[in-house]
Design a protein around this ligand. Structure first.
Ligand code: C2E
Ligand code: MG
Ligand code: MG
Length: 469
């Protein structure tokens, strides 16, 4: 005969086995049910699944809306999970924004179906706060007996699989897979490292001069980002930019680049250096930010650098991601007096019609075309055509990646406005760059138009090569 539990005992049980925020089973009860389910599976021969969920960017909800709203969101998510599952399943809150789900007697295909259902249920807008919040979740799945035989191992593997989802863009599910997992753990570690690098001041800017091919003078410098990594040395953007973009860290990082570049350029002006235009590269995520143009305007006010000396470089891919929105943002930026350059021109897919609709000031021919000068006839024709087109559209045209004297001569003869490349000047840290600007290195076009001065050619082995990279 069973004795009904007293209210006190019921309270104690609730405290010991249930989470107070969501009312769901806690870690202890979940583990207990998992032990029992494994035992049953062993007898029946049916498989079971453990799902590990982590809400995406939940910290932002807590940070912006406060913990009370954060707790309400967690409770609501708990209810949605319950509604998406069968009565025989167990859903628990492990703590923080982590939930686990136990699906007894399921095959992997069914577990995948349930994971999809959960993702959709979590993603529905939450009617809390204004505007209403929407969050997503990343789900990792481990199967008994295929992946592991003990509760802790199953939870650990499902947790690892969840990381692979995080590393691949979130809002999805994945099954445990040993190889993929090692890569994902590494990617997450690098992402954390990158996040910390900004706080630790490990980023630096190098600057590469852009020369007016008619006068030989420096017309602008392009700020190029470098990560001074404590173990790996000076890293170029190719090594960390894709990760920064995937993780959206590029947004704060890009703001840092602008603040730094404009701030330094202003300091150089105040110290009496000849005025120079500052070109900064901009990633798609930066332009997609709400009020992107206002943020940039605020940054310029903060740094006290004149918009008329700013050029923002965007690629065709950035421009074409959302052409309507982009042309709006670009129009706002140009209204401030900022110039827009299209970078790596010719490598992406772009519609010429859109190019005409964007308020562009400069077209930068990608260095893959310049490399073909002067022995590849197709490259020569393409470069001449691009120069002609830029002329017709009243754009400045820049040749990127000028490395040889032959390329340089072809460009001058073809009427290209500006040149940038190792032959003329490498990307370099601030101190040598300023020395470069202060000496006002030029070549005299009429005397010997086709020969860059020895001083410039010597820059080919310039400062960046001396650094570890
Ligand atoms: P980009 O904007 O086209 O910059 C020019 C790249 O060509 C730079 O590479 C520069 O070092 C390299 N370069 C310059 N002259 C020559 C040359 O004569 N020969 C060769 N082979 N290369 C030359 P870097 O610094 O590695 O930057 C690569 C790309 O990373 C940049 O291409 C730009 O798209 C991106 N990037 C750099 N800094 C930033 C940044 O602050 N924000 C964003 N969003 N992207 C950045
Ligand atoms: Mg660029
Ligand atoms: Mg480029």
């Amino acid at each position: 005969m069973s004795v009904a539990a007293s209210p006190e005992i019921r309270d104690l049980r609730r405290l010991a086995y249930y989470d107070s925020v969501t009312g769901l089973p806690n870690r202890i009860l979940f583990r207990d049910r998992l032990v029992q389910s494994i035992e049953r599976s062993r007898r029946t021969g049916l498989s079971l699944a453990v799902l590990f969920l982590d809400l995406d960017e939940f910290k932002q909800v807590n940070d912006t809306l406060g913990h009370v709203t954060g707790d309400r969101v967690l409770a609501e998510i708990g209810q949605r999970l319950l509604a998406a599952l069968r009565a025989s399943d167990t859903v628990s809150r492990l703590g923080g924004d982590e939930f686990t789900v136990l699906l007894p007697d399921v095959a992997a295909a069914d577990a995948a179906g349930i994971a999809r259902k959960i993702i959709v249920a979590v993603r529905a807008p939450l009617a809390m706060g204004d505007p209403s919040i929407q969050i997503s979740t990343s789900v990792g799945i481990a199967m008994y007996p295929q992946d592991a035989a003990t509760p802790d191992a199953l939870l650990h593997l499902a947790d690892g699989a969840m990381y692979t989802v995080k590393a691949n863009g979130r809002n999805d599910y994945r099954f445990h897979s040993p190889d993929v997992q090692a890569l994902a753990v590494e990617a997450v570690r690098r992402e954390q490292e990158l996040r910390l690098a900004l706080d630790k001041g490990q980023f630096v800017l190098h600057y590469q001069p852009l020369f007016d091919l008619r006068t030989g003078r420096v017309r602008a410098v392009e700020a190029l980002l470098r990560w001074n990594h404590p173990r790996l040395g000076l890293l170029k953007p190719g090594r960390f930019l894709p990760l920064a973009e995937r993780s959206r860290l590029i947004v704060p990082l890009g703001e840092w680049v602008m603040t730094r570049a404009f701030g330094r350029a202003r300091a150089w002006r105040e110290a009496g250096d000849p005025p120079v235009r500052m070109a900064v590269n901009v990633s798609p995520q930066q332009l997609e930010q709400p009020h992107a143009a206002d943020r940039i305007a605020a940054l310029l006010i903060e740094t006290g650098f004149p918009p008329s000396l700013v050029e923002l470089e965007i690629t065709e891919t950035t421009a074409m991601a959302d052409p309507e929105k982009t042309s709006e943002t670009l129009a706002e930026l140009t209204a401030l007096g900022i110039r827009i350059a299209i970078d790596d021109f010719g490598t992406g897919y772009s519609s010429l019609e859109y190019l005409q609709r964007f308020p562009l000031a400069t077209l930068k021919m990608d260095r893959s075309f310049i490399r073909g000068l002067t022995d590849d006839p197709a490259a020569c024709t393409l470069v001449s055509t691009m120069i002609g087109m830029a002329r017709n559209m009243k754009l400045d045209v820049v040749a990127e990646g000028v490395e040889t004297r032959e390329q340089f001569e072809f460009l001058i003869a073809g009427g290209c406005d500006l040149g940038q490349g190792y032959l003329l000047g490498r990307p370099m840290p601030e101190v040598p760059l300023r020395a470069f600007l202060q000496t006002g290195r030029t070549w005299v076009p009429r005397c010997n138009r086709s020969t860059p001065p020895a001083a410039l050619a010597a820059g080919a082995g310039g400062p960046e090569r001396m650094l570890k990279s």
